[in-house]
Design a protein around this ligand. Structure first.
Ligand code: AMP
Length: 406
């Protein structure tokens, strides 16, 4: 018998960004209390939580105190150190468990797991020295993509390599000790499937969702993805299989490339709700965040049935560059929903919010969401007054775009 953690109990969330915020909103709707821990304060998740604890993840006293005060711990960000999850697990169940976190927070381990389990992936090699890199480039061929083994998301720490001589230069300018070199995939499109899996192994899925990226950051997602039914079925089967092999309790996103010759390759895994699943909030009977709450609490999963085709467009900090965005231009449109994450600094590339549009077809939903985003940007009355607590644009930031996505 699974022990249910009933509404009224307290969820502990490691990490405090927008994923934690939307998780906390779903949890509160179900009557749970929410405590979050992260090194920051006035965070997107902290703003809607009951308790926001500001502490570094390696502050074991703070982590123990946090875990003692909650009934179950989850994370919204897979780069939480494993030692933090392990310290918390002495006092409360951590779901998904530390082993899932350990596998998915490092590309070398994640790819080894996928390869061992016969999941299709692009050719890759682990690289820890200049010699290994040159050998890997010679084996895999060019172009190839060099990715840091740790701290990878949204294209962070990725470099495209076009030739052997370029590889040597890239190695000399390296910033990490371990990398994965991956064949460059000539893809037709990118898909994701989200699986919610309960304590009893029951699973429901969303997608595939069709994703397009800009500067390696997700730009627009559309569900359902208009792809051949065989590809859609395979993607869902592969995602389910991965969630079983990993024994995930919670939510898992599997990202895929569909190659130009029609094959599916897994790109990466995220053991948490995913940006491409944000449209489930407005489009589905149960959203990915509520599924995370239900699964980690041992409750039955909800239906993932989709009411209408939907598309989601991310709102990055760039939107604030010229003037403060004209939200009413989007809000005035029927079937368009606005979600903002409460972040006070609008840096270029930073995810500040998203909009979702519903329509009768996926194509129309995509068109509508793109139009809505343009309308927000192209406000004719651009010199508007900026109310207090509206995010401030930061223009002179030196950090490359792809490093700022959270
Ligand atoms: P990642 O952080 O690994 O998901 O990469 C972010 C985005 O970069 C992906 O969604 C792709 O658009 C692109 N990308 C990553 N790896 C490759 C690859 N091996 N071949 C082609 N494009 C890639």
């Amino acid at each position: 018998m699974t022990r249910v953690i009933p509404p009224g109990s307290t969820l502990g969330v490691l990490g405090s960004g927008q994923l934690g915020r939307m998780l906390a909103i779903a949890a509160r709707r179900l009557g749970y209390r929410v405590h979050v821990l992260s090194p920051d304060d006035d965070t997107p998740a902290g703003q809607v939580a009951d308790v926001e604890i500001r502490a570094p993840y390696d502050d074991s006293d703070a982590v123990v105190k946090f875990a003692r005060g909650v009934d179950v711990v989850t994370f919204e960000f897979e780069n939480v150190p494993l030692s933090t999850a392990e310290a918390a697990a002495r006092f409360a169940p951590v779901r998904p468990n530390g082993a899932v976190l350990h596998t998915t927070q490092n590309r070398t381990r994640e790819k080894a797991f996928l390869r061992t389990n016969g999941i299709p992936i692009a050719p890759f090699a682990v690289v820890r020295s200049r010699e290994e890199l040159l050998n890997a480039v010679a084996d895999i061929g060019c172009p190839a993509v060099l990715k840091t083994a740790d701290w990878g998301y949204d294209g962070k720490g990725q470099i495209r390599i076009a030739s052997l001589s370029e590889a040597a230069e890239v190695w000399d300018a390296r910033t990490a000790d371990e990398y994965v070199l991956e064949a460059f995939v000539d893809f037709e499109c990118e898909l994701s499937v989200i699986v919610a899996r309960g304590l009893d192994g029951e699973a429901v899925t969303y997608g595939p969702i069709l994703n397009s990226h800009r500067h390696h950051i997700l730009d627009v997602s559309v569900m359902p993805a208009v792809v051949r039914s065989e590809i859609a079925t395979n993607a869902v089967d592969i995602a389910r299989e991965i969630s079983e092999r990993l024994d995930v309790v919670g939510v898992l996103c599997v990202e895929f490339f569909v190659t130009c010759d029609g094959k599916l390759l897994v790109n990466e895994l995220a053991p948490r709700p995913h940006n491409s699943g944000h449209l489930t909030i407005d489009a589905c009977a149960t959203c990915q965040f509520e599924q995370q709450v239900r699964s980690i609490c041992g409750l039955p999963l909800g239906s993932s049935a989709q009411h209408r085709p939907a598309a989601m467009a991310n709102l990055l900090g760039d939107l604030w560059a010229a003037s403060s965005p004209a939200w009413e231009m989007a809000l005035a449109q029927g079937d368009v929903k606005l979600h903002l994450y409460g972040k006070s600094l609008a840096r270029p590339g930073r995810k500040m919010g998203h909009i979702t549009a519903l329509a009768d077809t996926p194509e129309l939903a995509k068109h509508r969401v793109q139009m809505a985003r343009e309308a927000i940007q192209n406000d004719p009355s651009a010199s508007r007054s900026t109310p207090n607590r509206t995010p401030t644009a930061v223009e002179d930031c030196q950090v490359p775009l792809e490093k700022q996505a959270r």
